[in-house]
Design a protein around this ligand. Structure first.
Ligand code: SAH
Ligand code: DHB
Ligand code: MG
Length: 223
């Protein structure tokens, strides 16, 4: 059996027992596939991890950068109280449209707001509205801008907020200091920024699973 087949099997086993998808999540996957969105949403066990982390945070407000079809959005929004708020930023109007339908089907349209546009345009607009600080920020968009997204996450959060960055390993490419790939460079700069920032305490964890070999960075806002 190949290593990746084994990773799939283990993810299927964990999904069955720990992170089963209900009809709304299954439908979100189905409609994202039907609309030919890229197959890069978090896995069910990863979605459940985001959900648990949001609950552990006691989160009332979540900021997500990179919506795609709203799969991670649904896992996160389900951790929020009925009067909670999740703002998700998405560049592609087509992705946002699919996501908006998936989110509404899951009954989360009162909590979730999908904003279309480049996140680096949407973030200053959001900041101008002086929103309540976000308790959790999930960064999962264009990886080359990860350092900017970490800076914005800091501006829009409070002491105790949690910042999560997806896809920080990318098959191990993150360790290649000489890489000229903009996603690797962006992620390396973000990791190093987290490491030396006086207001952040962070770590990163490598993962395997049905999405291959990748990982998350987590950072707690200190002050
Ligand atoms: N969080 C989703 C996956 C997001 S995939 C999930 O796990 O279910 C990354 C998304 O970021 C894509 O939909 C892509 O269109 C979007 N994106 C890429 N560049 C962006 C930008 N500059 N601003 C906002 N979103 C962007
Ligand atoms: C890609 C983006 C993601 O958010 C992800 O989880 C995996 C891959 C990508 O753009 O390749
Ligand atoms: Mg991702």
């Amino acid at each position: 059996m190949s290593e990746s087949q084994l990773w799939d099997d283990v993810d299927d086993y964990f999904t069955t027992h720990l992170a089963p998808e209900d009809e709304d999540l299954t439908a979100a996957v189905r409609d994202s596939e039907a609309a030919e969105l890229p197959h890069v949403a978090v896995t069910a066990p990863q979605g459940k991890l985001l959900h648990l982390l949001a609950q552990t945070q006691g989160a009332r407000t979540v900021l997500e950068i990179g919506t795609l079809g709203g799969y991670s959005t649904i896992w996160l929004a389900r951790a929020l109280p009925a009067d909670g708020r999740l703002v998700s930023l998405e560049y592609s109007p087509r992705h946002a449209e699919v996501a908006t339908r998936n989110i509404a089907r899951a009954g989360l349209d009162k909590i979730v707001e999908v904003r279309v546009g480049a996140a680096l345009d949407s973030l200053p607009q959001l900041a101008d509205e002086n929103p309540a600080p976000f308790d959790l920020v999930f960064i999962d968009a264009d990886k080359s801008n990860n350092p900017h997204y970490v800076e914005w996450a800091l501006k829009l959060s409070r002491a105790g907020s949690l910042i999560i960055v997806d896809n920080v390993v990318r098959g191990g490419r993150v360790a290649d200091a000489g890489s000229t790939a903009s996603d690797v460079q962006g992620t390396r700069t973000a990791i190093e920024l987290i490491g030396r920032h006086p207001r952040l305490s962070g770590t990163a964890i490598q993962t395997v699973g049905s999405k291959g070999y990748d990982g998350f960075a987590l950072a707690r806002v200190l002050a």
